[in-house]
Design a protein around this ligand. Structure first.
Ligand code: GDG
Length: 457
């Protein structure tokens, strides 16, 4: 039996969150925004876990999308999701900035869950359908699905970096992962470097004939290309032109005590994001008196994430200790140099925060793209505001007029923050105009349509 969906997205998570007992709400994020119209045009479906362990749900429709839940047991959440995905692959693919866990038990769970996703996709897809698989949790699905359904067009996109051969080599299952990905017709990466790492590994680990961006697998050609993901520029730009967002931005600055400089960080509380490094740089500026008492506030939004994974528990303790120390040491009655929030905010509040910030500080040690940097740019039609950006974010390839930093170089970050804080308006405007031109012409719509055009070519 064949399914009826001629366009299928396969991702670890469905694009909805539960509100209350039976209601669903579309989750925030560019991926859904970019893909929803394609789904509506093509009778599409989205396949993924719905977020509750041990619960089986029937397919349902929401917001014009057909959603197919894939169940996960509590143990699978631990072993496949928190384990192999987030304690093995995540650190390995991010330059081993934390030590990856290599465990056969976790690997077995990863295989089993990938197999379940592949079977569910094989059941849902119409003959000749286009199937687009997302991200590192599902790297075995392309080959598993091809085996079940050789008639499908299969695309895969990796949202995180693809590591160089020297690091990937560590993985005891390097061969299986590469073979899994090679089940696709097109494998997309954030940066050209990721694509070439992949091609090189296919050559070296599997001895496959390959050119710059094509790999020969049996009688098929698999293409590897970069498609830098982006944000919904138009809708953010429109949102921040609404008067209530500006009012809220002014209010936020007032609540912070109207300092001369508001610096902002917005990240999931993840060890790849370089939060500790940027706070260290800021702390030294306070210690040296280059930022005076009351002059600046650093707002750090650290969204809760992966809270049961050991490295994340450790990171949270470290960051909160660091924030406490800096505030304790340099604060005054009524002024704390750091405003740290371990909370999530809605889209409008986030947009108001972007508008309130003079300096956006984005300093990951390694990041596939980093959408926060692009969102900030999309929100600054006033051409004010400076973006401090790590060279190790995928976004650095495109956002060349940011104040670039190496997050391992604390002195360099201090210099960049000081320059950004004191830059004259015309220079800020010149840089922001060029950054906005790039993001406006390379938005998330373009990302999705470029990928799908190439997949179907
Ligand atoms: C992975 C890759 C790649 C954050 N806090 C709140 C909130 N956010 C939103 C941001 C942004 C998104 O979450 C974070 O995206 P990033 O790209 O910055 O980072 P990851 O989560 O690590 O994403 C990354 C991305 O996939 C896409 O391919 O760029 O490299 O690691 O959109 O705005 N959103 C709301 N409240 C919050 O508190 N509503």
């Amino acid at each position: 039996m064949r399914g009826t969906s001629s366009f299928l997205i396969v991702a670890n998570r469905l694009p909805v969150d539960r509100v209350g007992e039976k209601q669903w709400r579309r989750s925030p994020g560019g991926l859904v925004t970019a893909i929803a119209p394609v789904m509506q045009r093509r009778d599409g479906a989205w396949l993924g876990w719905h977020g509750a362990a041990g619960e089986e749900l029937k397919p349902f429709d929401h917001d014009g999308m057909h959603l197919i839940p894939v169940p996960l047991s509590q143990l699978e959440v631990e072993f496949y999701y928190e384990g192999f995905s987030n304690a093995t692959l995540w650190p390995l693919y991010h330059d081993v900035v934390a030590t990856p866990v290599y465990s056969r038990v976790l690997w077995d769970a990863y295989k089993a869950v990938n197999d379940r996703f592949a079977r569910a996709a094989a059941d849902a897809a119409a003959p000749g359908a286009v199937v687009w698989i997302q991200d590192y949790q599902l790297q075995l699905v392309p080959a598993m699905l091809r085996k079940l359904r050789p008639d499908l067009k299969i695309g895969f996109f990796l949202h995180i970096p693809f590591p160089p051969a020297e690091l990937f080599w560590q993985l005891p299952w390097r061969k299986e992962i590469l073979e899994g990905l090679l089940g696709a017709d097109l494998v997309g990466f954030q940066r050209p470097g990721g694509a070439s790492n992949f091609v090189r590994l296919a050559r070296r680990v599997l001895n496959l004939p390959a050119s710059r961006n094509e790999i020969q697998v049996d009688d098929r050609i698999v293409r590897a290309e970069a498609y830098p993901i982006s944000v919904d520029f138009g809708s953010l730009d429109q949102l921040v032109r609404e008067p209530h967002i500006m009012t809220r931005a002014k209010e936020i600055r007032a609540e912070l005590g109207n300092p001369d400089h508001v610096l902002l960080g917005v990240d999931r509380l993840d060890y790849t994001k370089g939060i500790g490094q940027r706070l260290k740089a800021y702390g030294e500026l306070l210690a040296e008196g280059r930022i005076e008492p009351g002059e600046a506030v650093f707002v750090q939004i650290a969204t809760p994430t992966r809270e049961r994974v050991e490295e994340y528990i450790r990171l949270r303790n470290d960051i909160e200790l660091q924030v406490g120390r800096l505030n304790g040491e340099y604060g005054l009655f009524g002024w704390s140099p750091i405003n740290y929030m371990h909370q999530s905010y809605n889209r409008e509040e986030l947009a108001a925060l972007y508008c309130a910030a003079d300096v956006m500080v984005v300093t990951p040690l390694r990041d596939g793209m980093n959408l926060v940097a692009k969102e900030y740019v999309a929100c600054r039609h006033d051409l004010r505001g400076a973006l401090v950006l790590s060279e190790f974010a995928g976004a650095a390839d495109e956002l060349k007029h940011a104040y670039m930093v190496n997050p391992y170089d604390i002195d360099g970050m201090k210099r960049a923050m000081m320059t950004a804080m004191h830059e004259p308006p015309h220079e800020l405007g010149r840089r922001m105009r060029s950054l906005r031109r790039r993001v406006a012409t390379h938005d998330v719509d373009r990302w999705a349509s470029d990928f799908l055009k190439d997949l179907e070519a």
